[in-house]
Design a protein around this ligand. Structure first.
Ligand code: NAD
Length: 353
């Protein structure tokens, strides 16, 4: 695997990026495949095709939208189509979409003929600040998210906020939660910029997006295989993933970003109660998260037990321990902290009716 490097990602209009020169020169003779889902097909593809005449003969492959389609069955269809079009190792796959398309498209490209070059053009906010960056590709297997996958780097990632114009508001908030996480683990100034927004449209802002993407990239560069500091990117996810899974089982699913935001709040509360985070910082975090993301509710002790058991099953936790991130102040965290079950129960009680 080649390491992520800073030239791999370009920010700003794709029209003035290296994209055109690359497809003109390095990929001049390559067949081009563009992978989209139903929504990016309708909202983003035309802009790309009309902007770059070189893509007029590209084959477009359409994935069904939605996480439930991030599965092997769909991959088989695409791999069969790639074989049918005689796509070879010198050809190019362009993934145009949110995290579903970049995770799946990257995965399919990385194993087809042991690897075909691919590029990501993320079109969701979450994709721009998180999913398209870092070289993790993957698909789900049954109830297990991203159970199958590879570490495989895109040749290029083009981050152009123009695609966000059609992204639904709820999806902007989804990306916002991960941006808040980036700020909390690494950058108090970024935090100030993020919490001062008053409408989701203000998130369609290249400098905020670039700041977040660079934070993600810097953690990936330091630790590409998540042996150490990259774990900080899991802040909010120990509790957030459990809440996401729990809400699914309860048939009242909430969005990933929403669950992560609640996770950020409760994991900050754990740090505060443990004496690691000041009350002023905790109140600031609480206020900013509650302003945008409503809490979910837990109705009984049985439900509380269920949430904990989901947490113990999480692949981030091992040997019956609940491992998480401690926040010391806004912009500074440490990883591999073992939370006491009683303390976790105590903060989860905040959610009880
Ligand atoms: N590889 C990683 O490091 C990493 C990190 C975080 C998340 N992920 C993965 O990313 C996925 C979530 O990403 P996501 O939130 O982008 O999901 P997504 O790709 O499903 O996109 C969310 C919704 O927005 C639509 N959409 C995307 N761009 C649009 C646009 N410009 N206009 C209109 N609609 C648009 C999609 O069709 C979809 O309905 C999950 O599968 C998650 O596992 C991966």
């Amino acid at each position: 695997m080649s390491m992520t490097n800073n030239e791999q990602i370009e920010f700003g209009s794709i029209l003035s990026s290296s994209f055109e020169a690359l497809i003109d020169v390095r990929y001049e003779k390559s067949k081009k495949i563009i992978i989209v889902d139903e929504n990016t097909h309708d909202n983003c593809l035309e802009y790309l095709l009309t902007s770059f005449d070189q893509l007029k003969d590209a084959e477009v492959m359409l994935l069904p939208a939605g996480e439930e389609n991030k599965v092997m069955e769909v991959c088989f269809q695409v791999w069969n189509a790639l074989s049918e079009y005689q796509i070879g190792r010198k050809d190019l796959i362009i993934n145009l979409g949110g995290g579903l398309v970049t995770d799946m498209g990257g995965f399919m490209a990385s194993v087809y003929k042991r690897g075909v070059d691919f590029m990501h053009i993320p079109t969701s906010l979450l994709g721009m600040v998180d999913a398209s960056i870092g070289g993790k590709t993957g698909i789900d297997l049954g109830p297990f998210k991203n159970q199958l996958g590879t570490f495989s780097q895109a040749q290029k990632i083009y981050i152009d906020p123009i695609f966000l114009a059609t992204l639904p508001e709820a999806e902007l908030w989804n990306g916002y939660a991960e941006m808040l996480k980036h700020a909390l683990i690494a950058d108090p100034d970024h935090w100030k910029g993020l919490i001062s927004i008053s409408s989701p449209d203000e998130l369609i802002n290249l400098s905020l997006i670039q700041k977040s993407a660079e934070i993600k990239m810097s953690f990936v560069n330091q630790d590409p295989f998540e042996k150490g500091s990259r774990k900080l990117l899991n802040f909010g996810h120990t509790i957030g993933h459990a809440i996401e899974g729990f809400s699914l089982e309860k048939d009242q699913p909430i969005a990933h970003g929403h669950a992560v935001a609640i996770g950020l709040l409760l994991e900050s509360e754990l740090s505060f109660r443990g004496g690691h985070l000041s009350e002023a910082n905790f109140q600031a975090i609480q206020q900013s998260i509650k302003k945008v993301f409503p809490l979910v509710s837990i109705d009984s002790d049985a439900e509380l037990d269920e949430l904990l058991s989901i947490m113990y099953n999480d692949k981030k936790n091992s040997e019956g321990k609940i491992l998480g991130i401690l926040i010391h102040k806004i912009g500074q965290c440490t990883y591999d902290y073992e939370f006491e079950e009683e303390e976790v129960r105590r903060v989860l009680k905040t959610l009880c009716n």
